[in-house]
Design a protein around this ligand. Structure first.
Ligand SMILES: NC(=O)c1ccc[n+]([C@@H]2O[C@H](COP(=O)([O-])OP(=O)(O)OC[C@H]3O[C@@H](n4cnc5c(N)ncnc54)[C@H](O)[C@@H]3O)[C@@H](O)[C@H]2O)c1
Length: 334
């Protein structure tokens, strides 16, 4: 039985506590939050779980095998580092760290200590993303040519990170998982409508080799909530609408063929508009599958689906995007 401590019982920490509490092969032993009031709820809901306001109760406790960090982004690096130095495995919320140098240091530290460090990219465990991965891997989609994602709503303005750091990790992790290719450059623009300079609207373009492009529209200031992604393959195209209850994924037999025998200046296109297929999706709660992957990866010394190198790539893209925004959209090579 792995003994787990969770640090941070805020909006997302509550979901982690619920899922780890119900997980086999591990025991949720301790929940820590610097806010004692939040811990009262833990005591009411989970009377057998210890609570504390001191992180040392996790780090100095030899019975704790693994620590889950669900605190704000700027605290991830220091808490994860201390956990690894104390001999604990670590699950850290997305984005893994506030800089790629920090993420690399944590990966090296985990490696040298023989411990697992895993970022929480929850979307990789959803039925929708699993189905898209299957459709890409089994060749149904063909070569991916573009990904176009919109993640906008009237969102909570974050005091420490811009809208890309808040929302884009979801889309960037999905892209990395589906494409399995490192991007080579990014271009981003964004704007802040507050006096703290933190962008609340941003547009990010990620460039890959092989004529593949990905675009992300992220906003906390939209009148409507949209969570949609288009994946254009040369055989099939996918529409992923995360707000749909049952028909999140639609597979379109849509495409085109270019005629090459025509004179070079004139492009002739043959369009194909065929059937639309709506696959059935696995309805397991993504966070429960992620928690299980974390525990099983520790127990069997395996690489989890949401692995540290993927978490690092996400941070590298976000960092480059931040630089590009400050340089008015200039291309930044990764
Ligand atoms: N995977 C996902 O889909 C997902 C969704 C939402 C948030 N998140 C991530 O989860 C993390 C937390 O976000 P949130 O929205 O839950 O924030 P939150 O502000 O609601 O909760 C953070 C909690 O951490 C506590 N805390 C902060 N610093 C601490 C410290 N040093 N020691 C102990 N407790 C401390 C706070 O008191 C608070 O209760 C962020 O990294 C965010 O990006 C991930």
């Amino acid at each position: 039985m792995l003994q787990i401590a969770i640090i941070g019982y805020g909006y997302w920490g509550k979901n982690l506590v619920r899922n780890f509490y119900n997980l086999p092969d591990s025991k949720l032993a301790l929940v820590i939050d610097q806010d004692a009031n939040r811990l009262k709820t833990v005591q009411q809901l989970y009377p057998h779980v210890e609570v504390s306001t001191s992180i040392d109760d996790a780090f100095k406790n030899h019975n704790i095998d693994a620590v889950v960090i669900a605190t704000p982004v700027f605290t991830h690096y220091a808490l994860a580092k201390e956990a690894l130095l104390s001999g604990k495995h670590v699950l850290v919320e997305k984005p893994m760290t506030a800089s790629s140098a920090e993420a690399k240091e944590l990966i090296d530290l985990a490696l040298s200590r023989g411990k697992l460090i895993m970022p929480d990219h929850t979307f990789l465990y959803t039925g929708a993303v699993q189905k898209m991965k299957e459709l890409v891997t089994n060749g149904t989609v063909g070569n991916i040519q573009y990904i176009d994602s919109t993640r906008i709503n009237l969102g909570l303005f974050q005091p420490d990170i811009n809208v890309l750091w808040d929302l884009a990790p979801h889309d960037l992790s999905i892209c990395d998982y589906l494409i399995e290719q490192k991007p080579y450059s990014v271009q981003a623009t964004g704007i802040s409508h507050t006096n703290n300079g933190i962008e609340n609207v941003a547009y990010l373009t990620v460039n890959y080799e092989n004529n593949l492009i990905a675009h992300f529209n992220c906003s906390w200031t939209s009148p409507v909530k949209v969570r949609s992604m288009l994946i254009g393959g040369d055989k099939k195209m996918i529409s992923y609408n995360d707000l749909e209850a049952t028909e999140k994924i639609k597979v379109y037999d849509t495409g085109y063929d270019l005629k090459t025998e025509e004179e070079k200046t004139k492009i002739m296109v043959d369009y194909r508009v065929g059937d639309i297929y709506v696959p059935k999706l696995d309805g397991t709660e993504a966070l429960s599958a992620l928690a299980k992957d974390f525990v099983q990866s520790i127990l069997h010394n395996q690489t989890p689906r949401s692995h540290a190198e993927l978490g690092l790539t996400v941070v590298q893209v976000l960092e480059a995007a931040q630089k590009s925004i400050k340089q008015k959209g200039q291309e930044v090579i990764l």
